[in-house]
Design a protein around this ligand. Structure first.
Ligand code: FES
Length: 166
């Protein structure tokens, strides 16, 4: 059942101040922000579509198109604080470990990689968000291989349900 604009607004009591939270819910459901849901939010919250899109494009955790059909879309923050805490090196390492460039996807479709302006969780810098919903904070270069192998493991388990345990 796809989440409707009405349902997401109900969750947040139709509070305009919760627009970002609503967008996170929509992103998490669809992995992007479908136009009809944005229009529904605009209508219900009395906020213009351009205003909603302005918020959505400021935070790169949101996609306006159904791109990133990778199983895990990794968005690495390169905002000021994350930048100061080695985000460029972290991005480079993800590129090198995954064998792709920012904006790309691995041939197996498991990983997509993007970078972003501030994701709004600077206290956890440097930060990555997976599929617009799962925040991984305080990433260090030495954690990256393990993070990748855990995600690969998750992808494998989901592919071969029922789950196998070693
Ligand atoms: S600068 Fe990265 S979360 Fe704010």
């Amino acid at each position: 059942m796809a989440l409707t604009a009405q349902e997401v607004m109900q969750r947040w009591d139709f509070q305009r101040d919760c627009l970002i939270e609503m967008l996170h819910d929509v992103q998490s459901e669809y992995h992007y922000l479908p136009r009809e849901v944005v229009e529904g939010l605009s209508h219900g919250l009395k906020v213009s579509v351009p205003q909603i899109l302005e918020v959505a494009t400021f935070y790169n955790a949101f996609s306006l198109t159904p791109k990133g059909q990778a199983k895990f879309n990794l968005v690495i923050c390169n905002g000021t604080l994350c930048y100061a805490r080695q985000a460029p090196l972290i991005i480079e390492q993800f590129e090198s470990e995954l064998g792709l460039k920012v904006g790309g996807m691995t041939p197996d479709g498991i990983f997509g990689l993007e970078e972003s302006a501030c994701l709004g969780v600077c206290g956890l810098a440097p930060v990555m968000i997976i599929n617009g919903e799962e925040v991984v904070g305080r990433i260090s270069q030495d954690r990256i291989p393990k993070l990748i192998s855990e995600l690969r493991g998750r992808a494998e388990r989901e592919k071969h349900k029922p789950r196998q345990e070693d």
